[in-house]
Design a protein around this ligand. Structure first.
Ligand SMILES: [Zn+2]
Length: 145
């Protein structure tokens, strides 16, 4: 990590923190009120050569993200986004202190390493979170449930 990146990291670290949710496990929460459009933090990490459950595509690279963003949850109606799929996480809407920070995994990921059933509760919830690449890799035997 470059010295300049370390300064950037320290500057924004206080805005988001890791917190243990009894049901979901480690999640990212707002440590203070964050206005819509504001920078929440900077996420970087070592480049990976394959997808993992935590990997994320930022700045044109697949990386193993640094904490706390390593544990950011998905929502189909997220309150944050890595703008232009770069390393800076921005608030999409006002985020109250103490509320969870979420992103839409499908915004950055060309392929979801482990498709999952979303329980975000949003009216626009997509249900199963997967990508066309998942379908190609593991075609479903039947569409029936
Ligand atoms: Zn959802």
């Amino acid at each position: 990590m470059e010295a300049q990146d370390r300064i950037v990291d320290a500057r924004w670290r206080r805005r988001a923190r890791l917190q243990l949710d009894p049901v979901k496990g480690k999640c990212v929460f707002a440590a203070e009120a964050i206005a819509a459009g504001d920078v929440i933090g900077y996420c970087d990490g070592p480049e990976l050569d394959r997808d993992t459950v935590h990997s994320i595509h930022l700045g044109g690279k697949r990386i193993d993200p640094s904490e706390p963003f390593r544990f950011i949850s998905h929502s189909c109606d997220p309150n944050a986004e890595f703008r232009d799929k770069g390393n800076w996480l921005h608030a999409l809407k006002e985020i109250a202190a103490g509320s969870e920070i979420t992103i839409d995994y499908l915004h950055t990921e060309p392929r979801i390493s482990a498709p999952f059933l979303c329980r975000c509760g949003a009216a626009s919830c997509r249900g199963m979170i997967s990508t066309p690449a998942n379908e190609a890799a593991a075609p479903r035997r039947s569409a029936a449930r």
